[in-house]
Ligand binder design. Structure first.
Ligand SMILES: [Zn+2]
Length: 497
């Protein structure tokens, strides 16, 4: 064994709570199917926190053996937010410590501390190895360094392209059914050179499926996903990362840049640049919420998750503006994924904080989960508020893009799917399917007016876009739309544009 490794292992017995803390983070990462870089900050926090617990335990007990074990017990107490069983284990440790203290007072010794230390450190190391195993072989994507353009010349005429994805933004007719007038937003977009489609649709009802299909310009089934039990974001994610669009753009000399929505299972870390505005991501929020400190963090922030999603959506506006203003030798393809207006409901129409919670289904006495009439009315009100804020942020981003990147910039403002205020999960009705699949699609395509048909579906966005600007011939796909049906899975549905 190399000397460095031996030295490293030799310090483990004095710091064995640390591998336990590391194992907790790695386990969550592997469980959720989240890319390793997303856990970077959580791992650092886990190491420092468990080391601090160890130091504090030793100060408190003035005993290396008892103090280190007390540090481990502190970690278990912290983890007891979701799983109270950790409190029992911490209690058992406290019991052992008390017995040992009593024995020590009478000059005896109840616990063989040297053995505890070597045993626990072996256990900690084994745990880390065990939780790391599922990560081996799973595609882990690190943001790659910008590559030199494959095409040496000829990129000068290629415009920058920005895609603003407003997650869950409904089409104008869907919003009209809520009593909301999308007219001013459409007018704002048209004033900036956009054409807004009145009959666009998403081919799939969820983000992972819709984006993977769009960025590969292919239906999900053609990407190897035919088993409807394997359609969870964690299964789809590798096909999203290794998408056709980035490959074609790279070959055409583009730099690809993706903004994080905070939702790691739809992150595009395979872009040349991955921009994270720094708020807690999905993994970190999940870990924080599983600790006993959740009530405290919620009290300090209003609600931790809402607070972070809201902050991220707001932070994207200046970040997009300054990115657009950067001088670049290569044309850029920038994919900005806003977490709004998708639930949880965190802002009103003035972008001020609200605490509307998640989309809420209540299990009825008949065993069927549905929205109560009052909750549905409430969610329509909350959706309208969130839409109002989202469109304001979108216009601010568009103005920032055009100011920085210039008037020749191609900009798409679209959503991956619509809301789901009407859905009865056990029995999806045509109006609920329409609500979910009728998406926002607005395109600003300089020198190529009316590039997209009015009834565009997301799978055909790239064939039109790349055909026009990159001379790449991607075959058009059928505009088939799919919905998840209870007991059946994903099926093609007959939903009119
Ligand atoms: Zn979505």
């Amino acid at each position: 064994m190399p000397r460095v490794a031996r030295r490293l292992l030799a310090i483990v017995p004095d710091w064995y709570p640390v591998p336990f803390g590391v194992a907790v983070v790695l386990n969550q990462l592997a469980d959720d199917g989240i890319a390793l870089p997303a856990g970077f900050r959580a791992l650092i926090v886990a190491v420092f926190l468990t080391a601090a617990f160890t130091v504090a335990g030793r100060r408190l007990t003035r005993h290396r053996g008892r103090g280190t074990l007390l540090g481990l017990a502190a970690l278990f107490v912290l983890l007891a937010g979701d799983e109270p069983v950790w409190l029992l284990i911490a209690g058992a440790i406290a019991f052992v410590l008390l017995i040992d203290l009593r024995a020590a007072r009478t000059g005896g010794r109840a616990v063989p501390w040297a053995r505890v230390r070597s045993g626990m450190s072996a256990l900690g190391v084994i745990l880390v190895v065990l939780v790391t195993l599922p990560l081996i072989g799973s595609p882990t994507v690190w943001p790659s360094a910008p590559q030199p353009p494959a095409v040496a010349g000829g990129t000068a005429a290629r415009p920058d392209m920005f895609v603003l994805l407003l997650d869950g933004f409904g089409r104008a007719d869907v919003l009209a059914s809520y009593g909301y007038d999308a007219g001013p937003f459409v007018a704002d977009l048209e004033a900036r050179g956009f054409t807004v489609a009145a009959h666009s649709r998403s081919n799939y009802p969820t983000t992972g499926l819709a984006l993977t299909s769009m960025l590969n310009a292919a239906p999900i089934a053609a990407l190897g996903f035919t088993d409807s039990t394997r359609l969870e974001p964690r299964h789809i994610h590798p096909a999203l990362e290794a998408n056709r669009a980035f490959e074609i753009l790279g070959d055409a000399g583009y730099e690809t840049i993706a903004f994080s929505s905070g939702y790691e299972l739809v992150a595009l870390r395979s872009a040349n640049r991955f921009v994270d505005t720094g708020q807690l991501n999905e993994l970190e929020i999940g870990l924080a919420e599983s600790t006993i400190l959740e009530p405290l963090m919620d009290a300090l922030t209003g609600d931790l998750k809402s607070n972070q999603i809201r902050a991220r959506a707001m932070a994207m506006v200046p970040a997009v503006r300054s990115l657009a203003a950067e001088v670049s030798e290569r044309p850029r393809f920038v994919f900005v994924h806003s977490p709004l207006p998708h639930p949880p409901f965190v802002v009103d129409s003035d972008c001020q904080p609200v605490r509307g919670g998640e989309s809420l289904f209540v299990l009825g006495a008949d065993g069927i989960a549905r929205k109560t009439a009052s909750r549905r009315a409430e969610e329509i009100r909350l959706t309208v508020g969130q839409v109002g804020c989202s469109q304001r942020l979108a216009i601010e981003m568009v103005d920032g893009i055009l100011a920085g990147a210039g008037p020749d910039t191609v900009v798409l403002v679209l959503s991956d799917h619509g809301p789901e205020t009407r859905l009865e999960r056990s029995d999806p009705q045509p109006d609920a399917i329409h609500e979910r699949l009728a998406n926002l699609f607005a395109a600003r395509t300089p020198a190529r007016p009316d590039l997209f048909p009015d009834d565009i579906t997301l799978v055909n966005v790239l064939p039109h876009l790349f055909g026009a600007y990159l001379d790449v011939d991607l075959p058009e796909q059928p505009d088939t739309v799919y919905f998840g049906m209870p007991g059946v899975g994903l099926v093609a549905v007959d939903s009119a544009p």
